[in-house]
Design a protein around this ligand. Structure first.
Ligand code: ADP
Length: 262
């Protein structure tokens, strides 16, 4: 829906003809609203750990001053809150970088088989710590795509990290070369990250890649999530002219599919 507003003062009388200038205000107002929502969200996300930090500083100055055990416990909590803020700022900067590069298509040729093998290797310790079996199913031969190696590593790291964090005890990463993807109408590579965890209620799926949107807010915060991981993933995939599909149901695990043009 588009609403038009007459901008007074721009209209001009020229040789008897009247020029009327209209601007599309809906789009501008929507962008303004989105920016305000974003600033409100960021402020809220930063204020929560800040308030906790200020509370603990006060306690350390007062009641816990002469209690070394309490002091150590509070300092550990404060460290956790500070690193939550650090993660949030890191993700905000990543999002910013990714958004500003979105118009420029990456040019690097890379082999996804090797790329995913090394990403999974670096994530094995996290999987082992969570008692999760992490595996890669990929063809023996290279699967090439044109992409940005660091950004794609961020995509797969975020998806695999989520699968380990929210999933069950099994995460499978499956790479399949496709002669032609019907939507992209081009040769492509399909990468699926599949877990056997509790899954996501389908009502959340359409909004999952929005900034700060969480399907289970309590669990995300408990696990140190910033709510920005999938927004970053979406922007990187857009930059690669690829697609992201999420399939899930409660109790049925979750499957995130990335399609990248070759
Ligand atoms: P967060 O930092 O909260 O993990 P993300 O943007 O990475 O933020 O993910 C958004 C939300 O999607 C998460 O809060 C979580 O509720 C849900 N989610 C993502 N991946 C999974 C998964 N594999 N299983 C269940 N829920 C998931």
């Amino acid at each position: 829906e588009v609403s038009l507003r007459y901008v007074p003062g721009i209209g001009a009388v020229n040789g008897g003809a009247v020029l009327l200038c209209f601007t599309d205000v809906t789009e501008r107002e929507q962008a303004g609203q989105m920016r305000r929502d974003f600033v409100a969200n960021v402020s809220h996300e930063l204020r929560t750990p800040l308030t906790a930090l200020m509370g603990f500083i006060e306690t350390l100055r007062g009641a816990a001053r002469d209690d070394p055990a309490a002091r150590d416990r509070f300092l550990a909590i404060m460290e956790g809150e500070a690193s939550r803020m650090n993660r949030l700022v890191g993700d905000l900067l990543s999002l910013n970088r990714v958004e500003s590069a979105e118009r420029v298509r990456p040019k690097e040729k890379l082999d996804l088989t090797a790329h995913l093998t090394s990403t999974l290797k670096s994530m094995q310790p996290l999987a082992e710590a969570g008692n999760v079996a992490l595996s890669l199913e990929a063809p023996d031969e290279p699967v090439h795509v044109t992409g940005d190696s660091d950004q794609l590593q961020q995509v797969f790291t975020n998806l695999i990290e989520n699968a380990i964090k929210y999933g069950g005890d099994q995460v499978r990463v499956v790479l399949t070369p496709m002669e032609r993807d019907p939507a992209l109408r081009a040769p492509a590579a399909r990468i699926q990250v599949i877990d056997n965890g509790p899954g996501i209620d389908p009502v959340h799926l359409p909004r999952l890649t929005e900034r700060f949107y969480r399907a289970d807010s309590h669990r995300s915060r408990e696990l140190g999530g910033t709510g920005l991981g999938l927004a970053i993933v979406k922007h990187i995939i857009n930059r690669h002219r690829g697609r992201l599909r999420v399939e899930s149901d409660l109790g049925a695990g979750a499957s995130f599919t990335v399609i990248l043009p070759q």
